[in-house]
Design a protein around this ligand. Sequence first.
Ligand SMILES: [Zn+2]
Length: 411
Amino acid sequence: MLTERLYYNDPSLLEFDATVTAVEEQGDQALVSLDRSAFYPTSGGQNFDTGEIFGIANGSRVRVIEVHEQEKTGDIVHRIECPPGWLLPGVPVRGEVDAERRRHHMQQHSGQHVLSAAFERLYSFPTVSFHMGDDYCSIDLATDKVTPQQIEAAESLANEIIAEDRPVEIRFATLDEARTMGVRKIPPAVREKLRLIDIHDFDLNACGGTHVRSTGQIGAILLRKTEKVKQGTRVEFVCGLRAVSTARRDFQTLTDAAAAFSTQLWELPQQARKSLEEIKTAQKVQHRLLEEVAELQASNLLRTAPERPIGSGHKLVVEFFADRDLTFIKMLAQKLIRLDKVVALVGCGGAQPSLVFGQTPGLPNDMGALMKETLQKLGTRGGGNRDMAQGGAPSADSAEHALSEAASKIG
Ligand SMILES: [Zn+2]
């Protein structure tokens, strides 16, 4: 027997008496069907209600944790947490819908109708889908682009309609009647009568959801992110108390960010851009200084570097820098091999101990092969070519040790 949907005619009804028609036990849970129910099952973008079921015969109550429509029969199925044998078909129960969750869903869903109508009226953007999430809701508009000005105008119109506290009524009509009434979106009809949600003089739309009694109960609507999606543009929004808590969270985030920049909220974007510019400039300056240091260091090292192999006229530089990084030792190796005929074996410690082997092009060694041999012993990764190679070391100590071992292989 199809469940009588009590929320259909009276969305404010939160307590009801019913009789169990079917029970399917699943461990410490059960799927329960009732002859009538005020629990809203997930459908039309609106999420399910939760609440409690009170067993009148056994005098105890259990949680309703999920509610859905059975696909084949359209019956409403309540998932409850209960001991085995707690409910049997034919027993009387009392259902109690969680009022806060329902109110929250009504605010979001009615807010969606107002917002969709606002976009339709202002820009003829039809709404193609509605999603109710844990943190925010969204609608998908059949348009490639929604500008920030359009977002602001739709939000403003929606909030005006909310402030005017217009009555929201449930009406029923046949498909033919609905066609003459200016219904915003007529679904492919399955029932003989369409249920229409009528926001006085603003919107008329076919919908099975639970709605507020007047738009004032929506409280407020706050539009947030827009995003390009396959079927158009997604607009995120929040209504009612959630709009307030979201605005509060945004404000807190901005306040924290402004404090970090020692500035006012409204100066934050400008301050952030300025700081990014400063960082870029500082990085350029730092790079230039580093080049100069590397150049000086290279000249100093070459002054005292021994000839290897003896009589070859080629120099050997072996140097470990405990506090420098890979960028610096690479820079240094490149300068060294350009300034003289030299084999440069350099390493660094720090957060990422590394090795760089380089030689002036034309010298007879193979830096890539020497690096490969070294890394095999260290058990790390890296590589390079005949004249320049680099790799990692597990520690500063092992990097320093590997340098002297590699040096012993250069004549
Ligand atoms: Zn709806």
